[in-house]
Design a protein around this ligand. Structure first.
Ligand code: 6CS
Ligand code: FE
Length: 309
């Protein structure tokens, strides 16, 4: 692994793990920018590295989204495509990437000002969709996502230069404390864990099913969690979890009968477009990390029935 000269976010350079302070702002908005919501929610995001926006979408809109997600999950042609990832020990669908490519409804949702308005505010820039995925965590069979910082992966494997991206997880089913909801370590976004080890070639073929490289050591995780409370992001279908690209998060398996289906959009600042992967390896495929035909997303207002099939 080539350690890029004075790369402050290098990781997996076959060295000891280190934890160092974040070098980038969390909220890039200037004080004069128009708030997307009440100040308290923005401050909570800045302090913790995440915030849950309850009831962003109506029950009717959620029904449209759920029907669309189920259509994609049952699409036999889609099941054979590289964008569809199955669980490590079964043929259950774990994730579908690059979702708007297969769904006019989710293509429209990417432009919804309730989402992209927040991204433009937090990143203080035009934004584009770096990655999107539908994560199905079926009842009884949904497996875990081990602890990780998305930015560490996106920097090392995709060449994302700085921490200027935000993930939005739209709950399509209720996210309960019991059915494998996302756990996050409050404040962890202000520390960068440079992981040990070296990235295997074509790592994504394994990591999207079970990630074992680019994860913190137990000691590192204990350090981030010390004197802290691990938050479980729960919310009814229609709520949205916003989390910073560097917030340490993971989720347990789902052994309940209740599926946990979330739609993730990752908005990146246009000024933060991908460069060469810090690992020195070839870039990951386009369906995981957008590089080509990058266009900024124009926010569109919404009407109640915009998402009706
Ligand atoms: O490698 C990635 O880009 C994906 N992996 C995880 C576990 N979260 C971020 C992202 O979806
Ligand atoms: Fe993640």
């Amino acid at each position: 692994m080539t350690a890029l000269a004075n790369n402050p976010y290098q990781s997996r350079i076959d060295a000891e793990e280190t934890i160092a302070p974040r070098l980038d702002p969390v909220v890039y908005a200037t004080s004069s920018a128009k708030l997307p919501a009440d100040e308290e929610r923005v401050r909570s995001y800045e302090h913790n590295g995440f915030v849950v926006l309850d009831d962003m979408f109506s029950e009717r809109e959620v029904e449209y989204f759920q029907r669309e997600a189920e259509r994609l999950r049952c699409d036999r042609m889609l099941a054979k495509r590289e964008e569809t990832i199955v669980e490590p020990e079964s043929s259950e669908i774990r994730s579908i990437f690059n979702v708007p490519q297969f769904s006019p409804i989710f293509q429209r949702l990417v432009h919804d000002t309730r989402l992209v308005g927040w991204a433009r505010y937090l990143l203080n820039d035009d934004v584009y969709l770096h990655q999107s995925r539908l994560n199905f965590k079926p009842g009884f069979a949904g497996k875990e996502f081990y602890w990780h910082s998305d930015f560490e992966t996106w920097h090392v494997e995709d060449g994302m230069p700085r921490m200027r991206a935000v993930s939005m997880s739209i709950a399509l089913t209720d996210n309960k404390p019991s059915n494998g909801s996302v756990m996050l370590i409050p404040g962890s976004h202000r520390h960068y864990v440079s992981c040990g080890g070296v990235t295997p070639e074509n790592h994504y073929r394994q990591s999207l099913r079970r990630q074992e490289y680019g994860v913190p050591s137990r000691a590192g995780l204990e350090q981030l969690a010390e004197g802290n409370e691990i938050a479980v992001s729960t919310g009814r279908a229609g709520s949205v979890l916003l989390f910073d690209c560097n917030t340490m998060h993971g989720s347990a398996g789902n052994i309940t009968p209740y599926p946990r289906t979330n739609l993730f959009f990752v908005f990146n600042a246009m000024s933060n477009r991908l460069a060469a992967p810090a690992s020195g390896q070839k870039p990951r495929p386009e369906f995981i990390a957008r590089r080509r035909n990058i266009q900024s997303i124009e926010p569109i207002g919404y009407q109640a029935d915009d998402y009706r099939q």
